[in-house]
Design a binder for this molecule. Structure first.
Ligand code: FAD
Length: 388
């Protein structure tokens, strides 16, 4: 892999970096430290800017009007976009638009009309409902929500847990067991409108995340037409897995961006702050924290770009994506923690972004598949048939 950026990548990275510094960081001076949304007028103005930059609708395939960007460039952009206080869970406050649920690009024409296009126009929102109270690490075995066929409809009973944004969604993807005897080949993905009778949603008490409530869902005799099956019957798990593998790369990149910003702030601060008659930067204890940060950031960056590069080239990248998620979430946590320490009391004050990053980064070792499960995925790839 060529470690140098192409001229185009260099230009795009520079453009996004300026955007974050000139547009997002000044707005954050006046926003609540836990905010995850901009004022509507600021949002509108900034969406116009990202459109002018040619980067609006980042994850939307070009055939649907999104920019033509490969995954390495997308990863570089994600690293830049997260370099501000809300960067982990609301990078640039959504002003680059979003593709919503990527699985809908595989939907039927009718499903696209009803769910995909309104989502791309910003008129509808969806949720991704995989995890259940019985466990999220191994959903293929844990899913207990059942769908039973009744004429042209399916009747769904069960529940989901930890589902992000379902309280504000118009529809969502619900993974349900349609064949009890077939394990991962007995799960089907249904697109479900949140106003369907029998659909109940409840916000869970806040997690460490500043905004975006997680929710609990209950389905009671919820009737869903067979036309709302996404993909094929009993093949829902393949849809879920594909999304989760790809998603791990920008997820890792967000952690790297935050770590880069934290390190930049520490490098500016320690030469200015004096204790015992000398700047902090002259103390070896501090220098070593900065060195360890730099190594953590570099390792995570190259491992994540390697995963993006493999995916770009159409090579298998499950192991690499798992490594990127694992390394970047753990490195990001260590870097933010060390920077907090260097800033002393200020490090834990809400005036600076460290306390939000510290809380939200902790979730990253659990969300999108806990890191122990990533290790399990990597071990399975390394050991191959001998484990089966
Ligand atoms: C804020 C937040 C938002 C979320 N949003 C969504 C969402 O939108 N949609 C959705 O479907 N899910 C969502 N989740 C769920 C998330 O994906 C699950 O929490 C995660 O997969 C872990 O599942 P679990 O909590 O049931 O833990 P469990 O499956 O019970 O696992 C508990 C712990 O056991 C350990 N462990 C598990 N397996 C192994 C193993 N093989 N070897 C060693 N140790 C192991 C890990 O440390 C793991 O953290 C969200 C979670 C959070 C916290």
């Amino acid at each position: 892999m060529d470690l140098n950026l192409t001229e185009e990548q260099d230009m795009i990275v520079g453009m996004v970096r300026r955007y974050v510094r000139e547009e997002i960081l000044p707005l954050e001076l006046d926003l609540d430290p836990d905010a995850d949304e901009l004022q509507p007028e600021d949002r509108e103005r900034l969406v116009e800017k990202t459109k002018e930059m040619g980067l609006y609708g980042l994850d939307i395939p070009p055939t649907y009007g999104g920019p033509d960007i490969d995954l390495v460039t997308r990863t570089l952009i994600a690293i830049e976009m997260s370099q501000h206080r809300a960067g982990l869970y609301a990078p640039c406050y959504g002003t680059f638009g979003g593709a919503g649920l990527a699985q809908l690009f595989e939907a039927t024409d009718e499903q696209k009309e009803k769910y995909l296009y309104p989502t791309l126009r910003g008129e509808k929102r969806g949720f991704f409902g995989l995890s259940e109270p019985s466990g999220g690490s191994d959903p293929a075995r844990a899913i207990q929500t059942k769908a039973v066929q009744d004429g042209d409809d399916w009747i769904i009973n069960g529940g989901k847990l930890w589902i992000s944004g379902a309280d504000k969604a118009d529809y969502g993807l619900v993974f349900a067991r349609t064949d009890a005897d077939k394990g991962r080949n007995g799960v089907t993905c249904f697109v479900v409108d949140t106003d369907t009778p029998g659909f109940h949603v409840r916000r869970i008490v806040h997690t460490l995340r500043s905004a975006h409530y997680a929710t609990e869902l209950q389905f009671e005799d919820m009737r869903v037409p067979a036309g709302n099956i996404l993909g094929e019957l009993n093949r829902g798990f393949a849809i879920a897995n594909d999304r989760l593998t790809r998603q791990r790369i920008p997820y890792a990149a967000g952690c790297i961006g935050v770590a880069i910003k934290a390190q930049e702030m520490a490098l500016e601060y320690v030469p200015q702050r004096e204790t015992f008659g000398a700047p902090l930067s002259t103390r070896q204890a501090i220098q070593w924290m900065l060195v360890d940060n730099e190594i953590d950031i570099r390792q995570a960056t190259w491992i994540t770009l390697d995963a993006a590069n493999k995916a770009n080239q159409g090579q298998p990248f499950r192991k690499e994506a798992a490594m990127a998620k694992l390394v970047a979430t753990e490195a990001g946590g260590r870097v933010v923690d060390r920077c907090m320490q260097m800033f002393g009391g200020l490090g834990v004050a809400k005036d600076l972004p460290f306390e939000r990053w510290y809380r939200e980064m902790r979730i990253r070792r659990i969300g999108e598949g806990p890191n122990e499960v990533q290790r399990h995925v990597i071990a399975r790839e390394l050991l191959g048939a001998s484990l089966r």
